[in-house]
Design a protein around this ligand. Structure first.
Ligand code: SAM
Length: 237
C-alpha cells in the first residue's frame, strides 16, 4: 500500500494511534515497557507482552547478521534491540515521535554487528526499503480486519523472508480487561482494539491475491488474563 493508495479507515485509525501513543498514553506506555514497578494488572500485561515478544523472536533466525529487519510500530524499541543483538540491521519505525526519543535513550551502546535506526512515520512507507523480515508486535491490533490484510500485503511486498505479527484473538473480555488497566481506556477518542480470530484472519489472507506467495506458519497464543495475544507468521509458500 503506497501513500497514494492508503484506505480511509486505515488513515483514520493511524491518526488516532498517533495522537494516543505520541501524547495521551505516552507516559503509561513508557512505564509499562520499563522495569519500573507496576500494579498487578499491568504486571500481567507486561508478563504477557514479554512472553509474546519471546515467541515472535523465536520465529526469527538465531543469526541475523547481514539481514535487514523492519520493526513496524516499534514503540520503545524492546524487540528492535533483541533483533539487533542477533546481528540484524534493524529499521525501527513508529508514528509516535515521543516513544522513539525514549527508544533512542534505551538503545545499548554495544550491539556488536547489529544496529538500530529509528524513523518517525508510517511503517508502510516504501521509503524504508526492502527487508528480510518484518515484525509487527501489537502494531496492527487496532486496525479493521481488511486493513490488517492490506498492511500485511504491504509488508509482504517488500519482504523476502517472513512477516511476523500479533493479532488480538476474538475475545469480548479483552476490551474490559485492558480497560481495567487503563492502557486503552474506553473513551471515544481512544483507539479500539479489534479482535479477530486466527481462523477469520486466515480466510481474509487466503482471499488476498497479493498474499498468494505466502502461507501462515507457526502460531502461539498468550493469555495472562489481562493480555491476550496471538503471535503469527506469514512465510513464503
Ligand atoms: C501497542 S504499541 C506496540 C509497540 C511495540 N511494538 C511493542 O510491542 O512494545 C503499537 C505501536 O504501533 C504504532 N503504530 C500503529 N500504526 C502504525 C503505523 N501505521 N505506522 C507506524 N507505527 C504505527 C503505534 O504508534 C504504537 O507505538
Amino acid at each position: 500500500m503506497s501513500d497514494t493508495t492508503i484506505h480511509t479507515t486505515y488513515a483514520k485509525t493511524r491518526g488516532q494511534l498517533e495522537e494516543y501513543f505520541d501524547r495521551t498514553a505516552a507516559a503509561a506506555w513508557a512505564k509499562l515497557t520499563s522495569d519500573a514497578p507496576v500494579s498487578g494488572v499491568r504486571a500481567k500485561v507486561r508478563r504477557g507482552r514479554d512472553q509474546t515478544r519471546a515467541n515472535l523472536l523465536s520465529y526469527l533466525p538465531a543469526d541475523l547478521r547481514g539481514k535487514r529487519v523492519l520493526d513496524a510500530g516499534c514503540g520503545t524499541g524492546a524487540l528492535a534491540i533483541e533483533a539487533a543483538r542477533r546481528g540484524a540491521e534493524v529499521v525501527a519505525v513508529d508514528l509516535a515521535g515521543s516513544l522513539l526519543e525514549l527508544a533512542k535513550t534505551r538503545l545499548p551502546s554495544d550491539l556488536g554487528e547489529g544496529s538500530v535506526t529509528f524513523h518517525a512515520g508510517d511503517m508502510l512507507s516504501e521509503a524504508h526499503g526492502h527487508f528480510d523480515h518484518v515484525v509487527a508486535m501489537d502494531s496492527i491490533i487496532h486496525y479493521h480486519g481488511a486493513d490488517m490484510v492490506r498492511v500485511l500485503s504491504g509488508f509482504a511486498a517488500r519482504t523476502s523472508g517472513s512477516v511476523i505479527f500479533t493479532i488480538p484473538p476474538q475475545n469480548a473480555l479483552l476490551f474490559v480487561k485492558l480497560g481495567v488497566g487503563r492502557l486503552f481506556p474506553s473513551s471515544d477518542r481512544s483507539p479500539q482494539i479489534r479482535p479477530i480470530s486466527p481462523k477469520a484472519l486466515g480466510k481474509l489472507i487466503a482471499r488476498e491475491p497479493k498474499l498468494d506467495a505466502f502461507t501462515l506458519g507457526r502460531t502461539d497464543r498468550v493469555d495472562t488474563g489481562f493480555y491476550i495475544s496471538q503471535a503469527m507468521e506469514l512465510v513464503r509458500a
